[in-house]
Design a protein around this ligand. Structure first.
Ligand code: AMP
Length: 436
């Protein structure tokens, strides 16, 4: 096969039908759990004023420094494709006066995001995230509920056991100022052992020195001062209570004093779900508290907490776990026909079967019977119904069980009822779409 004339751009990919089975299933599970917990869905634009991200995520984060897809309008206004969900949600919260709504305001999203990073397995330039934000409540019980929601979703997707919840606190904004000084004191004189990125981080965002993935930097990080030495009593208490709540909810966690998360806006609780697989540090998702963000974005000081998970990585872990989502698209019946009269009749038959909630594909072209049956095989149809000239004359139809390879001639009259009997009644049959 010669190379195609066009290919998708580097780092972005098509979601093909097989992966859509996973996408649909994940969306369903997310929607189910979010709705049950009182969350309402929000979608923010694919691109925003660039400042929405630079102000909120922080100018020293990898995302803002290196990973944003930026656009410029003809008048010179700068925009960026959204690299994550929280900034846009907070912008929308403030723009639409959601401060007036009963607190906490609970929102969830399922959206594409864009980061200009070096594409590799599990890291793309366009990817999808589901996430939730709870705005307006500072109680650690909310942190626990958000973490529980993420954990429950992972359970229903069949991957909770393969992931370990990493948990840490990064204290208040004031604690972080003190901690940054401690870190700078510790790292001063050791710059030569740091990678290029960390040399820069030391000047710009020393907290990020702790979660560098380079081996030498990790060794130094393990010897660096610990956050628990500077953390204020209020933050300590918040974290202690959160841990008690998680134990009450039976959510297993691992304390990880080096977890800081990449974004600047976090305070207090931070968490990530990591693969337990040896050598793999790919997180499926993470989040934390961001009590200072709404003020940074121009609102009144308002506590908030949230999380986001990557759909592509979630799918990867589901595949590793051998989980196949239920396939509602599976073809139940293939209708084959030969001759004009049979073709006419088969069109009505296909619709009648579909009205019963059955997935039906019909061959309406002029292919030979052999190639029609080949197609039925490739589509994985459970049954084929074959209508030729003789069958039309006799008022019959051939019913073929594709798995067993056996077939019988049955009456055309009762064929719809017979298929419903064989395949089971679909509870959605004859229901309107909005009643599902
Ligand atoms: P973050 O907020 O950066 O921790 O992202 C949350 C989750 O989104 C990660 O744990 C990944 O599952 C997913 N994610 C982030 N960046 C990418 C990317 N470039 N490609 C694919 N998934 C990503």
């Amino acid at each position: 096969m010669s190379a195609p004339l066009y290919q998708s751009p580097k780092g972005v990919h098509d979601v093909l039908p097989d992966d859509h089975l996973y996408f649909s299933f994940i969306k369903k599970v997310v929607r189910h759990h979010c709705r049950r917990a009182g969350y309402r869905r929000i979608s923010t634009p694919i691109f925003e004023d660039i400042e929405v991200f630079t102000r909120s995520i922080g100018g020293t984060s990898d995302i803002v420094e290196k990973e944003m897809f930026t656009l410029e309008s003809k008048s010179g206004k700068k925009y960026a494709l959204k690299p994550e969900g929280t900034a846009g949600v907070v912008r929308a919260y403030l723009e639409h006066g959601m401060q007036q709504m009963p607190k906490p305001v609970e929102l969830y999203y399922i959206e594409p995001h864009f980061r200009y990073n070096r594409p590799q397995k599990g890291r793309y330039r366009q990817f999808h995230q589901f996430g939730c934000e709870v705005i307006g409540e500072s109680d650690p019980a909310v942190d626990a509920q958000v973490i529980y929601l993420a954990y429950r979703i992972n359970q229903d997707l069949g991957i909770a056991d393969r992931l370990s919840l990493q948990l840490n606190t990064i204290g208040s904004m004031e604690d972080r100022v003190k901690f940054k000084e401690d870190l700078i004191n510790f790292y001063t004189g050791k710059e030569r052992s740091l990678c290029e990125d960390c040399k820069r981080r030391m000047l710009e965002n020393p907290l990020r020195l702790l979660d560098c993935k380079e081996e030498d930097c990790q060794i130094l990080a393990s010897m660096a001062p610990k956050f628990e030495n500077v953390i204020c009593n209020e933050s300590k208490e918040h974290f202690e209570i959160l841990k008690e709540y998680l134990e009450e909810l039976n959510v297993p966690y691992e304390l990880n004093p080096l977890l800081v998360r990449g974004l600047d806006y976090y305070t207090h609780t931070v968490f990530e779900f990591w693969s337990k697989k040896e050598g793999s540090q790919n997180a499926t998702g993470g989040g934390g508290r961001y009590d200072g963000l709404i003020e940074i974005m121009g609102g009144q000081p308002t506590p908030a907490v949230g999380f986001a998970a990557g759909i592509e990585r979630t799918i990867e872990y589901m595949k590793e776990a051998g989980i196949r989502p239920p396939n509602k698209d599976a073809v139940a019946i293939f209708v084959a026909q030969l001759g004009l009269v049979a073709k006419k009749k088969s069109l009505t038959l296909i619709n009648k079967l579909r009205d019963q909630g059955l997935n039906v594909v019909g061959a309406v072209g002029k292919d030979s019977m052999k190639s029609q049956m080949g197609l039925a095989d490739r589509l994985g149809a459970q049954y084929s119904l074959i209508l030729g000239q003789i069958e039309v004359q006799e008022g019959t139809i051939i019913l073929r069980d594709m798995k067993k390879g056996s077939q019988e001639t049955v009456s055309y009259e009762g064929i719809v009822d017979k298929m419903v009997e064989l395949l089971g009644k679909n509870p959605l049959a004859n229901k309107k779409l909005w009643e599902e």
